[in-house]
Design a binder for this molecule. Structure first.
Ligand code: SAH
Length: 265
């Protein structure tokens, strides 16, 4: 007689996946719905950006599958992650895929939902607080403002391989929109991006904020301008950091002054 597989406890037709936005880092910035999904998980699949403390919301003893950068080469493993989600759900389990921030903002949630749809696995998506809105809240920078910014752009600073078909960001065109730019994954290319934005017409004195590890105890905030962006991003390699470009960044100074004034009274 074949040995009994642990997965025989599950109803194979009941497998499903919930893609949960973990929020930017602080444990209490996950949604109640995300927390509930974790509490109802049979297996959780997570990576580096999601705070591991969130795993405490899962039932004790469930399988935790780590698929972050330490597990392999970034980018090369997306197909494997999708395959794990599909195969775990096909065993009849409720799989929670925990992703930093919001699953559908630079989170490859699109690839995962496609793989699940193609495999006929039911899935649900729970939104999360994305890094841009978290960084705005932590610094008091309003991403939109009636006088200063009528639009906000979430854009990646990390251009993929440059292979044909890959989207390439037109920084000069973005500069002309005068929108607040929230640049994800931009630390390594910040100097090049700043040069392109200036070529597109933004002044070198356009204010810039760089917020690393927003909402976490090791959060850091640097404020300067396009001309000084290299100094602002120096030494941030390896930490998640968001770059905000636009006139609204000046309002962070107002908030800082208000805080200092309060502290002095
Ligand atoms: N899905 C995520 C983004 C993943 S891409 C979200 O919605 O936030 C990873 C990038 O997000 C990082 O390189 C960084 O630019 C940004 N990021 C994620 N967490 C962050 C944090 N706590 N502080 C600052 N930037 C963060």
């Amino acid at each position: 007689m074949a040995s009994k597989e642990p997965n025989e406890a599950y109803d194979r037709t009941a497998g499903r996946v919930t893609l949960v936005g973990a929020g930017p880092g602080a444990v209490d910035l996950i949604t109640l719905r995300g927390q509930r999904a974790l509490a109802e998980a049979d297996v959780v699949v997570y990576d580096d950006l999601a705070n591991v403390a969130l795993l405490e919301f899962c039932p004790a003893g469930i399988d935790r599958i780590y698929v972050g950068k330490r597990a392999g080469k970034h980018g090369a493993i997306q197909a494997e992650i999708s395959a794990v989600l599909v195969s775990e759900a096909q065993r009849g389990r409720h799989v929670v895929r925990l992703k930093g921030g919001d699953p559908l903002i630079f989170g490859r949630g699109g690839e995962e939902e496609r793989a699940l749809a193609e495999a006929g696995i039911p899935f649900e998506i729970v939104p999360g607080v994305t890094a841009a809105t978290a960084a705005g809240a932590m610094t008091g920078i309003p991403l939109t403002h009636r006088q200063h910014a009528s639009a906000v752009v979430f854009v990646t600073g990390h251009e993929c391989s440059g292979k044909p078909g890959d989207a390439v960001v037109d920084w000069r065109a973005l500069a002309r929109t005068r929108a607040t730019l929230c640049i994800y994954m931009g630390v390594r290319r910040a100097g090049v991006i700043a040069a392109e934005l200036r070529a597109g017409g933004l002044l070198g004195g356009t204010p810039v904020a760089v917020i690393a590890n927003a909402t976490l105890p090791n959060q850091s905030v640097q404020i300067g301008d396009l001309d000084s962006v290299d100094t602002l991003t120096a030494a941030l390699e390896g930490r998640p950091a968001l770059i905000i470009v636009g006139e609204v960044v000046r309002l962070a100074e107002i908030v800082e002054q208000a805080k200092t004034a309060l502290a002095e009274t």
